[in-house]
Ligand binder design. Structure first.
Ligand code: ADP
Length: 461
């Protein structure tokens, strides 16, 4: 279009606004630490809820028997069964299934959603056989992983604070989600019991800890994001001495709600305004899989509207929120061909535009800018948690091997994101300390972790 601006200044401004040099990372890590302390001091003391998990014993390896896990966390729900054989035999057998959640259920009623889940669980339980054995007279016990902010009230109950990650189900907020599931199981004629309500980060930590005693932190980077860590009970002032032991527990930070000191752009603010939860989950909206593609889309739309990114053609399709997904931008960044063929075809499929080589290169730059910021900020958040733990127990974190268990589709599938996250951790900790800090993918640990926590909290032990 005549008079269109060059896209160069739009890109330059974006890169400037998204920059995460060391001082910015340090500020974010320090703010994370400060917000954690404030959230541990009093309920509501900070953006970070620092929720008690009521997990008072971490998996030991001695767990035995048949346990189920049910995981509701985003676009899918998963069901799993595991036969545990104790210290020697460990995991004798495991089976799982995944069911995608129909869009309309994400915006429907609580009953409909939980009925759908309970019936999926029932179908799965019917297929039990082979190496799986339940002693006579026992109910099947479930570890229920529920990855939304819950105010945990005991190991097997918790109240939904609010839906996130695009869910807007009516009638669940303020209710005990275990009761919601129990009622649905009753309606569906399923005779099983929930022994542990587990956040997915907590499940990941428990599952990874089963194999490795040095696991201290778990981080989820999928559709949304969260982190949890092993905390000393005597470092939780808001318990007000309710628990007078010097034991440990897991704290669920709900760090998606963090917001201090983040380098944000006009695109982030506009996306937030248009979201179903404006002003909330700002860290999540900057670093997690649900949003990275959408931020890129908003930048590209601006470059096409105000600039000449796609020449004179205007990409109508690109005006639709969320048409560009994080897997799309990930696929574009894996294109190593000289003419960026894959970038061209993804842009054609998603936005209906013919992009020339110059445009393709700019698009890849935009993806990289948003993904680099996301990965580096996630890394700074992890360092914030480690700093807090080290502060309480000098030398016990940075002075020995400490492992951060990572899971979630974004971390798993996006190599550039993973690399940027690791870079930020190494820059912040320095080369000596970062040798002791292992950031490690723990694949699908959360399912087994939830089953392990059901075992640890079994009604039959
Ligand atoms: P959830 O968080 O929905 O429970 P996952 O942990 O599997 O489930 O994460 C799914 C998310 O991971 C997707 O919403 C997407 O943002 C991200 N993701 C999945 N596949 C890819 C991919 N190939 N590249 C980048 N991100 C991906």
């Amino acid at each position: 279009r005549s008079g269109a601006l060059s896209v160069a200044p739009i890109l330059t401004n974006l890169q400037k606004d998204c920059a995460t040099p060391l001082p910015v990372l340090r500020h974010v890590a320090d703010a994370m630490e400060a917000d954690m302390l404030a959230g541990l001091a009093v309920d509501g003391g900070s953006d970070l809820k620092m929720i008690l998990s009521y997990v008072d014993s971490l998996p030991s390896g001695n767990e035995k028997g048949l346990f189920y896990a049910l995981d509701l966390g985003g676009t899918n729900f998963r069901v799993l069964r595991v036969q545990l054989g104790g210290k020697e035999e460990r995991v004798i057998a495991t089976e799982f299934e995944q069911v995608s959640i129909p869009q309309d259920l994400m915006f429907g009623t609580s009953e409909k959603l939980f009925d759908f889940i309970a019936s999926g669980l029932a179908e799965f339980a019917l297929k039990e056989g082979g190496k799986f054995h339940l002693p006579p007279g026992r109910l099947r016990e479930i570890g229920f992983t529920f990855s939304f902010p819950v105010k945990q009230t005991s190991i097997d109950s918790g109240i939904l604070i609010k839906w996130t990650k695009g869910f807007a189900v009516s009638g669940t907020a303020g209710r005990d989600v275990v009761a919601c599931l129990n009622e649905a199981m009753k309606r569906q004629g399923v005779n099983m019991r929930v022994s542990a309500l587990v956040n997915d980060a907590v499940g990941t930590l428990a599952g990874a800890r089963y194999w490795d005693n040095d696991i201290m932190v778990a981080v989820i980077l999928g559709t949304g994001t969260n982190a949890c860590y092993v905390e000393r009970l005597d470092a939780i002032p808001k318990l007000q001495g309710q628990i007078s032991s010097n034991g440990k527990t897991i704290i669920n930070t709900e760090w998606g709600a963090f917001s201090t000191g983040l380098p944000l752009t006009v695109y982030d603010r506009e996306m937030d305004d248009a979201s179903i939860n404006p002003g909330e989950q700002i860290f999540e909206k900057t670093i997690s899989g649900m949003y990275l593609g959408e931020i890129v889309r908003r930048v590209l739309l601006k470059m096409a509207k105000d600039g000449d990114l796609f020449g004179s053609s205007f990409p109508e399709k690109l005006a639709t929120p969320f048409v560009l997904s994080t897997p799309d931008i990930c696929a574009m960044q894996q294109d190593n061909s000289s003419d960026l063929q894959a970038v061209g075809s993804i842009l054609y499929d998603v936005a209906g535009v013919e992009a020339n080589l110059r445009a393709r290169k700019i698009v890849v730059e935009v993806c990289d800018t948003i993904v680099k910021r996301g990965g580096r900020l996630a890394g700074a958040g992890i360092v914030g948690i480690l700093q807090k733990m080290e502060e309480d127990s000098k030398g016990l974190i940075f002075g020995k091997r400490t492992v951060v268990a990572m899971d979630g589709g974004l971390y798993e599938n996006y190599p550039q994101y993973r690399g940027y996250l690791q870079d930020a951790v190494t820059e912040l900790l320095g080369s000596d300390i970062s040798k002791n800090v292992v950031i490690e993918h723990s694949k699908d640990g959360s399912g087994i972790g939830a089953a392990l926590l059901a075992a640890a909290n079994s009604k039959y032990e």
